[in-house]
Design a protein around this ligand. Sequence first.
Ligand code: NAP
Length: 339
Amino acid sequence: MIRKFNIAVVGATGAVGNEVLRVLEERDFPVGELRLLASERSEGNFLEFRGEEILVEKLTRDSFQGVDIVLFSAGGATSLEFCPAAVDAGAVCIDNSSAWRMNPEVPLVVPEVNPRDIAMFRNKGIIANPNGSTIQMVMVLKPLHDFSPIRRVVVSTYQAVSGSGRKAIDELRIQSGELLNGRPVEAGVYPHQIAFNCLPQVDSFLENGYTREEMELVHETRKIIGDQGLGVTATAVRVPVFYGHSESVNIETTDKISVARARELLAAAPGIHVDDDVNNAIYPIPVEAAGQDEIFVGRIREDETVANGLNLWVVADNLRKGAALNAVQIAEVLVKEYL
Ligand code: NAP
């Protein structure tokens, strides 16, 4: 008989939490009891899982009795406060927030890239899920880096509003409707209007002039690839797209990787789909990546200004591989290899 695991989803009513439920269903994860947790705002609501209506409960320190794995997607403060309680109750935490990502004792994992790091969950009982922008980038960097070590990465992101959660999806929808009807709009989630606009700010600014999102791309990439010397510089931009982050990625490798070889390496890598036929206007775009599990890469070109440079365009659904899918894939390795 297949062993089942009791699962708790913290932030089940949110954009990521909702997707976690869909991914658990679709991948037929061996779920025993399922506990749905959120704040008191959503207490008493019901969410559907495998055709059943399941009650949403208020998260407390006592929410984790008998739970094997907790998937957290409820912000960093909630993870910092409640992961230790979940671990004390005997559960393993997979955390979608940034709270634990750079803790040296906590593994930061993309299963296709550094699956063996999962074993480090024993240190604290926590595994961190990287930032969605980092996940889609390292998925593409890894096969190229294995062929010829990457020295420097210059990335600019074009990030969908769903990366900021449920309220931001509503904000883009409402602002778009208002503006098309000639009415003024108010900014709420973002510091400026997001509809028909681009904002060169994702998350808050740090003292060095970069945003948190940009520095997460730097530090998380180094941790996952396992190379603290890797040069990474990032500009993160919020764009009026509902689902799917896009990235322009420029890399310099130690030895030359031809465009043809890069296509081969990427096409052979798990979880990556090469869409690169510019004569037929085939390249990754967010409306096609939305709802898909793969990382899509195209526009692969030589950077003609340096000896060993490539330009790539990388698109993925930020709620799927950028968050929920990656977390469930970590849970799959955990139950198969460790629990
Ligand atoms: P969201 O749509 O705003 O959802 C937030 C969820 O957290 C809701 O279920 C909310 O419950 C719950 N929550 C908030 N405060 C809570 C509290 N004090 N106690 C218990 N539950 C609480 O946000 P999201 O986009 O899903 O993001 C959730 C987390 O995932 C964040 O840490 C985010 O950084 C991370 N993440 C998001 C993405 C993405 O693409 N969106 C990607 C990677 C990581 P209520 O219904 O009760 O308000």
